[in-house]
Write a protein that binds this ligand. Sequence first.
Ligand code: GRF
Length: 207
Amino acid sequence: MTLPIGFLVSGRGSNLQAVIDAIARGEVDAEIRLVISNHAGVPALERAAKAGIETCTVAAQGFPSRREQQIEMARLLEQRGVELVVLGGFDRIVVPELIERFPQRMINIHPSLLPAFANTLHAQREALEYGAKVAGCTVHIVTTDVDAGPILVQACVPVLEDDTEEALAARILEQEHRILPQAIQLFAERRVRIEGRRAVIGPPNPS
Ligand code: GRF
């Protein structure tokens, strides 16, 4: 059965685009029911609208707190029957009240090999400055511990001797665009089981 999913975004939306394209190619059995941004007018919203997907902006200004703002996001996602929430470049820490509404059904893409370079918006720069020889990206389940939920899929790339932050970020992004659709398809095929802090990937489960 086609998996109803929703996206929370904040900016460029290239990961959202990768999922839109993978669905169009028939590689991911999901339907994006709603794309919510916390900032108005960002490219991610344009990408969704262009693909005929419903969008809305839930900006901080309209709410007394981040908690209230994100509870509104949860309400909208639930109203559209979303079963998996994807954080695709969402630039805020998600409050427990939102995570609890989608237990083990919210995923995030982070541009590092977690647990390295967690909880930062500059993971690629930090990997370079640290002198890491490999870098990469991770799709993980969102829990209240930031960037520390069970890992679903990872991919690694080399760090080159003459790398710049931009070049490394672009190399990692290419892998993000590959593993995020892959992770969503694991949910569509009901293959994800959580055991302690591990996400165990089983065989496809048609039921
Ligand atoms: C990506 O690097 C992702 O790993 C991080 O935020 C960035 C979002 O990029 N969480 P985009 O908006 O999907 O292009």
